[in-house]
Design a protein around this ligand. Structure first.
Ligand code: SF4
Length: 212
């Protein structure tokens, strides 16, 4: 016999876990996350105005798969990497002064940090349904932002896709000037493909037909 019920509701637990993880990234006044530097600035505004739309993302199976891949890989790297010490989910911040003289904190969380003496390398895990076009521009920008934020020598972009598992090592870095200009930027969308995947495209007047 097959039924849709069982003695324990694991699916519900997975959704609750994913939701709780998301809550850890609650907005704080005066804090800008690295992810904000590499996405459409309007999303931040809409997140506050329409939290229900962003909450819907929690139930996207592709995001849950991504979370599970992150957790699995973080654990595997802790187990297999010998030549570096391995920390997961470390948080970093730096202050920047905006053009109007106000200060904001830029914050980011590295999936994995590899350390060997003074040498530090970040690992950013990316899971995706396709390996087309990797490494993607916004991932490279994110890696550059982490190199600035955490003073890492480089960031390994580790891609896990159904047809390719591969890595790219990014040594370029942002500087404070670029970070400030990204915070101030009102260009929406920031990347041409964003609207096609955006939860707020159902109401956004700035939506553009994306070039996928
Ligand atoms: S629909 Fe496009 S422009 Fe509007 S918030 Fe989303 S990504 Fe930004």
């Amino acid at each position: 016999m097959v039924s849709t019920q069982g003695p324990i509701d694991v699916v519900n637990m997975i959704y609750s876990y994913t939701k709780a993880e998301r809550e850890k990234h609650r907005r704080e006044k005066g804090v800008v996350w690295v992810t904000d530097l590499v996405r459409c600035p309007l999303k931040r505004l809409y997140e506050e105005l329409y939290p229900e739309l962003s909450l819907r993302e929690v139930f996207k199976p592709s995001l849950i798969v991504g979370t599970l891949i992150h957790l699995g890989l973080e654990r595997v790297l802790k187990e297999v990497v010998q030549e570096f010490s391995v920390e997961v989910e470390t948080e970093w911040s730096k202050d920047v002064v905006l053009e109007d003289g106000s200060t904001v904190v830029v914050r980011g969380r590295l999936d994995v940090l590899l350390s060997r003496g003074p040498e530090r390398i970040a690992v950013e895990i990316k899971s995706s349904r396709s390996d087309r076009g990797i490494p993607q521009r916004h991932h490279l920008d994110q890696a550059r932002a982490y190199n600035w934020l955490a003073d890492t020598a480089g960031t390994l972009l580790l891609y896990v896709t159904p047809s390719r598992v591969t890595q790219f090592y990014v040594e370029d870095r942002m500087d404070a000037t670029e970070v400030v200009s990204r915070i101030a930027s009102r260009r929406a969308p920031r990347y041409s493909w964003e609207c096609a995947y955006c939860a707020y495209s159902v109401l956004c007047p700035s939506k553009v037909e994306s070039q996928l």
